[in-house]
Design a protein around this ligand. Structure first.
Ligand SMILES: C[S@@+](CC[C@H](N)C(=O)[O-])C[C@H]1O[C@@H](n2cnc3c(N)ncnc32)[C@H](O)[C@@H]1O
Ligand code: SF4
Length: 462
């Protein structure tokens, strides 16, 4: 329990942490802001060797941090587009980086590939083939994995750049999910967001993706953008649903500190926030009423909705696979995040020039991270379980750590139960308060003093 800090100061720490992340990002422990520099590459290799011996899947995530323009709502940190020649250089660097890992996680085969960004669809068809060539040269994909049969080869795409030749290159390389950033079908809303696509691009890209036989298509749509009305959002939902994408992912605009909206002084009042949330819910209800089923019940603010022909949609980070094991994710590319499950979390250096230079000189481009001790793994498990999964059972905890939950966290669980934050029934502790309160109380109870201290000093909180 964070003893040295008042609840008020701790709440300021949490506010600062949340201002930097989107609501759908899992509440990982220790938070990125408390990570430290990773000095030696042997730390990374050792972590992967150990993680590769565990049962859970290993996915590859490749980050493409380039965008044609920066959308003013965007809560991610992406660099600007470099020239097409620059994209080839980036592929050279990815090739070097992948080569530096391949032997350390050998002989484990990988179970999924996700290419995200940024804007991976800026690559030409030839560059897409090269990118997958790099992955398949260095890593072997599990032949009978869900990745191939269902949906583990994922490509995020901005529709305006998603041409037929690129789609053919994606299909050739077994891509079976395309996540399309639709955001809005109102051209004026899109223009105000500093984005170049038109609704006509979206429709064409969607139809072409179906034409080449991409198995699953998901559409991201947002509410709360400048110039957007509830009517236009609800109309977009109906139009999108009539195309029958395999999933519709609805986001309420969240003004994280990274958005250009916030950096230019934009503020969302509590009333506006609540109104956005209410309209997002309306959109979700409308989707449910026409056959989409909500496949993510734990979270209040965003939902992934699977269509009637939905095959498993998985987000790569901090998610359990079908067997109930958590994924490891090897992140490649500038700014990419990695989780060598139960051993290490870390981030690559974000600055593109540093990333390229390090690789050119034979160094791993890693920047900061956190070693995952057994204690940290247990705390992360508790935070994730309560905040994202609604609770945790004695049995699940025992299976994961070989310890009794009640014994390990006796005092904390008793305290949280006696104050009505959680309840204990039939061997399971479940949340018993609203999400905001649960996040606060669980974090306050479980965060270690050393982590709180680092956060406090980083955010300059007394
Ligand atoms: C990883 S981003 C990549 C999107 C992709 N580059 C595009 O623009 O189509 C995934 C999704 O997060 C959502 N998103 C981005 N910024 C957001 C914010 N500030 N609040 C809520 N959702 C956001 C958008 O719907 C976006 O499509
Ligand atoms: S929303 Fe997509 S295209 Fe727009 S800035 Fe963010 S990552 Fe780039």
């Amino acid at each position: 329990m964070a003893k040295k800090l008042s609840k008020e100061s701790f709440s300021r720490i949490l506010r600062q942490l949340h201002s930097e992340s989107l609501p759908y990002e899992p509440p990982i422990y220790p938070p990125e802001a408390a990570w430290e520099k990773i000095g030696k590459r042997s730390i990374v290799y050792k972590a992967w060797k150990k993680a590769a011996k565990l049962k859970g899947q290993i996915d590859i995530y490749i980050h493409i941090p380039f965008c044609k323009t920066i959308c003013n709502f965007c809560g991610l940190s992406s660099g600007k587009l470099i020239s097409p020649a620059g994209l080839d250089k980036y592929l050279d660097a990815l090739n070097l980086e992948a080569g530096m890992y391949a032997s350390s996680i050998f002989p484990r085969k990988i179970t999924g590939i996700r290419i995200g960004g940024g804007t991976p669809s800026l690559f030409s068809a030839a560059q897409i083939r090269r990118l997958f060539g790099i992955v398949y040269k260095h890593f072997e994909l599990e032949k009978n994995s869900r990745a191939l049969s269902q949906g583990g080869i994922v490509f995020e795409a901005n529709p305006e750049f998603l041409t037929l030749p690129k789609l053919k290159a994606l299909k050739e390389n077994n891509v079976n999910w395309i996540i399309m950033g639709v955001q809005s079908l109102d051209d004026n809303v899109i223009r105000l967001a500093n984005r170049v696509q038109k609704a006509a691009h979206v429709k064409r890209a969607y139809e072409n993706a179906r034409k080449v036989g991409i198995k699953n298509i998901a559409c991201d749509i947002m509410y709360g953008l400048n110039g957007q009305t509830e009517e236009s959002f609800m109309g977009d939902i109906r139009t999108l649903a009539s195309w029958r994408p395999n999933a519709v992912i609805v986001f309420g605009f969240t003004p994280t500190s990274r958005t250009s909206f916030s950096r230019h002084g934009g503020i969302i009042t509590h009333e506006r926030w609540r109104a956005i949330a209410a309209t997002v819910k309306k959109g979700l209800r409308a989707l449910e009423s026409i056959g989409y089923n909500n496949v993510d019940d734990a979270e209040d603010y965003w939902r992934v909705l699977g269509g009637p022909e939905e095959t498993n949609y998985t987000y790569t980070y901090d998610e359990k696979d079908d067997e109930g094991d958590w994924h490891s994710v090897l992140g490649l590319g500038a700014g990419a995040l990695s989780v060598a499950y139960k051993n290490l979390r870390y981030q690559n250096t974000c600055a593109l020039s540093d990333y390229m230079t390090k690789l050119k000189h034979g160094h791993l481009p890693v920047d900061r991270g956190a070693t995952l001790t057994n204690e940290i793994n247990m705390i992360n498990y508790m935070v994730l379980s309560f905040v994202n999964c609604g609770g945790v059972s004695d049995k699940e905890f025992k299976r994961e750590f070989g310890l009794s939950l009640k014994t390990k966290f006796k005092a904390k669980l008793e305290d949280l139960t006696s104050r009505g934050i959680i309840k204990h029934e039939k061997g399971r502790y479940t949340v018993n308060a609203n999400r905001e309160r649960v996040i606060f109380e669980i974090s306050f109870a479980f965060f270690e003093d050393s982590v709180v201290e680092r956060l406090r000093s980083k955010f300059n909180i007394k």
